[in-house]
Design a protein around this ligand. Sequence first.
Ligand code: SF4
Length: 218
Amino acid sequence: MKKRRKLATKKEIEAIKKLFLEHYPDSVTELNYKSLYELLVAVMLSAQCTDKRVNIITPALFEKYPTVEALSKANVDDVKELIKSCSFFNNKAKNMVAMAKMVMEEFGGEIPLDRDKLVKLPGVGQKTANVVMIEYAQAEYMAVDTHVFRVAHRLGLSNATTPKATEEDLVRKFKTDLPKLHQAMVLFGRYICKAIKPECDKCFLTEYCRTTDNFKPR
Ligand code: SF4
């Protein structure tokens, strides 16, 4: 059995938090969007797909389906064709159209800005709902993607094996500034604390780093 790493102390957690907030004071998502509808669709597309790829796909998608109503009437095969360069495009196309239909039928055409309601939409799990709430409403939620998971483990902020339990650890330990910390951890993981060959020479957290091992959520 693998030895568990020593977790960060309270003092270290405070120092890590402070450094993240200093280095990423105003970070926002790298997904391009102009409305809640566009953000929700972009976040749904971004599961297992890079933000860069999503930003290439969405202009044509939003030109053809500029509103949730237009998407609710879309032919799933047409949506598939527009998003086919994205991973899991078959399921994503089905879910996006089903999501739009449910918004029209059960939410009067308005995407609910409420996590408990968002997760009722097809294809919208807790992580997607949290990211939408963090980005659009600056809600005090944490969302754990592959970057946040790896960074949290390398810094000894969590030893949990699932994204959900890691999210709970981060919420409990950071307590405040969760939207900013979420964006900071995503960007730090994407550009510095990379999965393979992290750029440790550019890192401002070396003294808190437990390991350069890679970690993947279950
Ligand atoms: S020292 Fe390297 S592995 Fe550790 S947190 Fe910094 S970038 Fe990541």
